[in-house]
Design a binder for this molecule. Sequence first.
Ligand code: PLP
Length: 407
Amino acid sequence: MSRQDELLEIAKRRLYGNYRPAPVVFARGKGCELFDADGHRYLDLCAGVAVCSVGHAHPTYVKAIAEQAGRLMHVSNYFYNEPNILLAEELCRRTGFSRAFFCNSGGEANEALLKLTRRHFYGQGQTGRARIIAFDNAFHGRTLGAVSMTGTPKYREGFGVPGNVTHVPYGDLAAVKKAMGPDVAAVIAEAVQGEGGVFPAPAGFFSSLRALCDEHGALFLVDEVQTGIGRTGRFLAIEKEGVMPDAIALAKGLGGGFPIGAILTTEKLAGALPPGTHGSTFGGNALASAAALSVLSILDEEKLVEGARTKGAGLVAKLEELVRVFPRVCESVRGEGLLVGLVLHEGFVARDILPLVQREGVLIIAAGDRVLRFAPPLVVTEAELAEGVSALRGVLAKLDEGRRGAA
Ligand code: PLP
């Protein structure tokens, strides 16, 4: 029995069955390469779902974490710690927001946005203003509050999810206008719908939402958990429209693999959560903050945000070629920067195709039902992207043959 098989056997017995992982146990990584417990190499073009922005085992990042671990890891929020203060300053400097609250994940960041919103209006005596407008197909995380804003019913069913959230189609301004009212506290939108199928918002959508929220006295919140920290070729995806939300949620790429989430708010919301109203034992932990600071400095040193834009354009061009070559299988390509989806035709199930690509030594993920999603480490090279697309090409060729045979 190989080491991997031994581990898989234990995993099947002992790990809770809420996931459906591929039967691969990873043991180490370097850049965009991952090696399983038996030493097989894989090309990682999903980065742990848009997380490992600086790749695996980046020497500068590893050194920063090791040094911080050797100096100070955790002191709780009863005290300050240096990396956390510097991280708050750095994030605000880069984005124009005034305040940062730290937590440990994207779901928690959105939970904090929700609590911040309702508490803000409560603090103003507007207790009737608590409804949230969110979008169909949205994904905001798995905590009860975050899942109440998540727009996919299967994630909500059976959990007794709290209500007062209206879901409308993403990108449909008329539907948002119709749902708007004096009881609406906020509109929350992903900058690009990631999990739902890599749907960028239509041009002008966020400026219109901003204006609509201002008109009705509601807050405008943007979930940048998947898109933030350079993923789309801008530090924040929302920059594309030059719109300033009232608050945003960050996680995933912020820590580069170390768990950390954050919300950034404007000064207007600085007092919405007074001491004692919200918190997190680990949030703003010195080690997580040092990891995030290191990610930010590597992004600058290696010009990874600009790189996400240029390499993303190259990836889109390569995938568009696959759409031309295999029109029976592939429908279109969409995305921003290094968050790109290859949309398959009706009848194909993206999740079923992933193992075929994996067999070729390449890791990508699904989004929605029929989108193959690329969210590689931002350090990915053109050659690695070409390698991944070439492996996918072989898989699509076989699917195309199958479809031709069936026709
Ligand atoms: N928000 C968005 C846009 C996401 O894509 C995700 C995760 O995929 C989340 C929130 C939830 O993040 P986490 O799994 O870290 O709680």
